[in-house]
Design a protein around this ligand. Structure first.
Ligand code: PLP
Length: 423
């Protein structure tokens, strides 16, 4: 072979090799561009907000938009059943999660309850014992009370306990990628093997990790849900949920239930979520960097009894977090030393951190889970798993880290002042 044909050969090889990857852009490119193609007529670049509730039919029953990828092949006729703005968000989210299918909902709880609606009376679910407060409330006080679905709550870190809890009517295993507020995790791949062995579906609520840090479907899960209210939208301005999966039959059932019960988000909220999603990677990188510095700072302070942060060497499952996730996230929990008056003075003195529930947005928030997010969990259960009144959860935002540290420092000083005055 002469030199020219050698060059041609390698160029050809390159083209053939890159062909496989042609649609495989990376995360940041996927969330910025989604799968939206600019409008052929106007050249409009971003997903428009389509407010129409009804769509003109071509002939009775013959729907427009069957070819629009955002209609998922069923065309448009009534916005509860399908909307172009919602479809665009669904396809972009699926791309970010490396999922085949996605359906967005009017809240995270609407997504969660839709999955439970796929079950029948007397079906059994095994879930972690420190789930998000709203999820455990829905499971116990609504799904079990009204729908007769049975739940067993266990410490999932022991896989023997999990295997022994499986019954002939067990249909789902329910996990959170990182739990709230104690930030525990389990080996999702190992749990998925057990789910497969017993023919159960594995559901992972991946809200705390977001599609940027973890993709449960790639780790053996059958369904992944997010409260898109948190990291995905990221600006504390919409309530939304999403379910993603790879199985066509499963998504059909989920869409059927969603249309039937009407748990759909507005087109405007879908637009805001698409807009938020474009910067998920930047926001998560920034808040995670802040969180690690803040966790180290807290660990060095006398008023702090213990810090729980998956990026700290002192964190119990540090090695698992390192292999399972692309980063430790930006939620920190810590136990403060002192009684309720110490806690109240500390929280009241903060100027940048706001005392509020929710998480995963640009601004830093603190909350006391025992009195706020987990107030509906009975006190004995709460305390037995470590959610005591002196546990504070921080959702770290993207502010300047020096201001965040200064703010906590000056609040600690207010506490010292108050305690000195007692003498
Ligand atoms: C917030 C949250 C939910 C519920 O989502 P909403 O959007 O508030 O309905 C479910 N799971 C987790 C882990 C959450 O943080």
């Amino acid at each position: 072979m002469n030199k020219l044909s050698l060059i041609l050969f390698f160029n050809l090889l390159n083209i053939v090799l890159s062909f496989n990857n042609i649609n495989k852009n990376r995360f940041a490119t996927n969330v910025v561009h989604g799968e939206f193609e600019s409008d052929k007529l106007t050249g409009n670049l971003i997903t428009p907000i389509i407010l129409g509730t009804t769509f003109t039919q071509i002939l009775p029953g013959l729907r427009p938009g069957v070819d629009d990828p955002d209609s998922h092949g069923s065309g448009y006729f009534y916005s509860r059943m399908g909307n172009p703005t919602r479809g665009s968000l669904e396809r972009t989210l699926a791309l970010s999660e490396n999922a085949n299918y996605s359906a967005v909902f009017s809240s995270g709880m609407a997504a969660i309850s839709t999955i439970i609606q796929t079950l029948k009376y007397d079906d059994h679910v095994i879930a972690m014992n420190d789930l998000y407060g709203g999820t455990s409330n829905y499971f116990k006080n609504i799904a079990e009370e009204s729908n007769g679905i049975k739940f067993t709550f266990i410490d999932m870190s022991n896989l023997d306990v999990l295997e022994k809890s499986i019954k002939s009517n067990t249909k789902l295993i329910w996990l959170e990628s990182l739990t709230n507020p104690l930030l525990k995790t389990v080996d999702v791949k190992e749990v998925s093997k057990i789910a497969q062995k017993y023919n159960c579906l594995l559901v992972v609520d991946s809200t705390f990790t977001s599609p940027y840090l973890f993709n449960p479907l790639d780790n053996g899960a059958d369904l992944v849900i997010h409260s898109a209210t948190k990291y995905i939208s990221g600006h504390s301005d919409i309530i939304m949920g999403v379910i993603m999966c790879n199985d066509k039959k499963l998504i059909k059932k989920i869409r059927f239930i969603q249309g039937g019960i009407g748990a759909v988000p507005s087109p405007f909220d879908c637009y805001l979520a698409l807009r938020g999603l474009k910067t998920l990677h930047l926001r998560m990188d920034a808040s995670q960097k802040n969180a690690l510095q803040l966790a180290n700072f807290l660990e060095s302070r006398n008023l702090v009894e213990k810090v729980i942060y998956p990026g700290l060497k002192s964190y119990e499952q540090y090695e698992l977090v390192k292999t399972q996730f692309r980063g430790p996230g930006s939620i920190i929990s810590f136990y403060i030393k002192g009684d309720q008056s110490v806690i109240n003075t500390f929280l009241k003195s903060l100027k940048i951190f706001k005392l509020a529930v929710s998480l995963g947005a640009v601004e830093s928030l603190m909350c006391v889970p025992a009195l706020m997010t987990h107030a509906s969990v009975p006190k004995e259960i709460r305390e037995s798993i470590g959610i005591t009144n002196n546990l504070i959860r921080i959702s770290v935002g993207i502010e300047d880290i020096n201001d965040l540290i200064d703010d906590i420092n000056q609040s600690f000083n207010q506490v010292f002042k108050q305690e000195l005055n007692k003498f």
